[in-house]
Design a protein around this ligand. Structure first.
Ligand code: PLP
Length: 232
């Protein structure tokens, strides 16, 4: 059993919240992939974390016991065959970028007689290895998605290219905001303010400045991840 540095976790959360004070409408999401139940429970019960992000369906199911009173979004690669484990349990499915996933979400939501909230993930840096809808294909994707039943598109999400250049990071985030503003009509119930989920440990300051509604922070809260297990 490794030692967990609880005071570091607590301190990190306090520092991040302090930096977010000037952005009262932005929400802090703790990204809990590869974290132990002890770390997650501590962040929730002792540090007031009330919003988390999950990357893997199986990991999410393993975590369920300690996620009773928190909102959980799904932010990982969304495989169509895993959708059935997520619909009805997840607050927002943020990483939607294929029509097959959209159709699965629609099908299972209909079965459970509920409306699923989704975000469309945009490949804002047009990186070939990354998932997400390409910026020039976004309108067409939103158009097809909003024709499916039992789905509500509540915003856009992105994982931008890694860069040391703060100005570049800002440009990616402002490009996502522009895409949102150019496509307002697709966000029906959220038309007054579709959400932007953008900004991670190394980039959340720029994301907040560019209008992020949700920043997703993992290592900045819990420290570096140790990839000891492989989760499919
Ligand atoms: C892991 C992950 C994060 C958090 O990344 P950190 O660099 O650890 O803050 C945010 N968003 C997505 C989609 C992720 O997979």
């Amino acid at each position: 059993m490794e030692n967990i540095n609880y005071s570091a976790i607590e301190n990190n959360i306090i520092q991040i919240r302090k930096r977010m004070e000037n952005y009262p409408n932005s929400q802090l999401m703790a990204v809990i992939k590869m974290r132990s139940l002890e770390e997650i429970s501590f962040a929730i019960n002792e540090c007031g974390i009330d919003y988390v992000g999950e990357n893997h369906a199986q990991e999410f199911l393993n975590h369920l016991g300690c996620l009773d009173n928190v909102k959980t979004d799904f932010i990982g690669t969304l495989q169509s065959n895993k959708v059935k484990y997520l619909v009805g349990k997840i607050n927002i499915l943020e990483s939607v970028s294929t029509m097959s996933a959209v159709k699965e979400i629609s099908k299972h939501s209909k079965k459970l007689d509920l409306i699923s909230k989704i975000m469309v993930e945009v490949n804002i840096g047009k990186e070939p290895q990354k998932s997400g809808v390409m910026p020039d294909e976004l309108s067409a994707f939103l158009d097809s998605t909003c024709k499916e039943s039992n789905i509500e598109i509540v915003g856009l999400m992105t994982v931008p290219p890694v860069t040391d250049d703060s100005k570049k990071r800002r440009e990616y985030f402002s490009a996502l905001r522009q895409l949102r503003d150019d496509n307002l009509s697709y966000f029906k119930g959220y038309i007054n303010h579709p959400l932007l989920s953008m900004g991670m440990s190394d980039s959340y300051a720029e994301a907040l400045d560019e209008g992020a509604d949700i920043v997703r922070i993992g290592t900045g809260i819990f420290g570096p991840r140790k990839y000891t297990t492989t989760i499919v």
